[in-house]
Design a protein around this ligand. Structure first.
Ligand SMILES: Cc1cc2nc3c(=O)[nH]c(=O)nc-3n(C[C@H](O)[C@H](O)[C@H](O)COP(=O)(O)O)c2cc1C
Length: 220
């Protein structure tokens, strides 16, 4: 089947996109408001966008009614910074508590039973349980589409990776990292269990193979 995107309603676009573009990494984003109150919420319209400069992107939807911005977006506007805390398997239940639509005055980090640590460069706290915490300064936020949707671009200004996960040569042990990604539907997630390796080809290697085709059935 195929569709012009403009023929699909908002709900159908959401259904088709979040159930096909997957898995998506999850940022449990911590921020503070102008009074210094901390907030945490998960976002899977998220990715690292480039390494030089080191940028992340977040897609933050609006919410209707009297408070059109999610607390995370409002806090980023107020303070210009945030922390991306990557989510491992041990943090999934706490992450779901942070996704509850709490009123702003409720401390969802405490409700989720998560401990915090001070940021090195930004005012927002880090989540101590997270294996990778990226302190970010907002570079630009674009208000796109309807209903106060925002695309936030943030520059990573400080990285924290748990000591047992990375060594002095910057080799990362992804088994110890044990991150989860978001799958389809509202509630499906996956771990890093199913992996395979496919070596990158070079032009020379490809030319050699073209001259001597691989016999049928041979595994390269
Ligand atoms: C795994 C997961 C991923 C989510 N991803 C997004 C997202 O990318 N964008 C978004 O606007 N909301 C997303 N949400 C919903 C927000 O986390 C939720 O609206 C939250 O209450 C916002 O909190 P805040 O008002 O404290 O910012 C996600 C929820 C879950 C559980």
């Amino acid at each position: 089947m195929d569709w012009a995107a403009s023929d699909l309603g908002e709900r159908d676009l959401y259904k088709l996109l979040v159930n096909t573009v997957l898995p998506r990494p999850i940022a449990l984003v911590t921020t503070i408001d102008e009074k210094g109150r901390a907030n945490a919420a998960p976002f899977s319209f998220f990715n690292v966008f480039s390494h030089a400069p080191p940028l992340v992107v977040l897609g933050i939807e609006g919410r209707g009614g009297a408070t059109p911005l999610k607390d995370t977006m409002r806090n980023i506007r107020e303070t210009g910074s945030f922390v991306v805390n990557l989510v491992d398997r041990t943090m999934v239940a706490a992450m779901q508590v942070c996704a509850i639509d709490f009123p702003s005055e409720i401390d969802e980090i405490a409700a989720a039973g998560l401990d915090t640590a001070a940021g090195a460069k930004v005012a927002a706290p880090r989540l101590a349980a997270s294996p990778v915490q990226l302190e970010c300064r907002e570079t630009v936020s674009l208000s796109l589409g309807t209903r106060h949707r925002n695309l936030v671009v943030g520059e990573i200004v400080h990285l924290h990776i748990r000591d047992d996960i990375v060594d002095e040569r910057l080799h990362v042990d992804i088994d110890k990292l044990d991150l989860v990604g978001r799958l389809h539907g509202a509630d499906w997630y996956l771990g890093l269990g199913d992996r395979f390796q496919e070596p990158r080809r070079t032009l020379d290697g490809w030319r050699q193979r073209e001259r001597a085709p691989i016999p049928k059935g041979e595994v390269s």
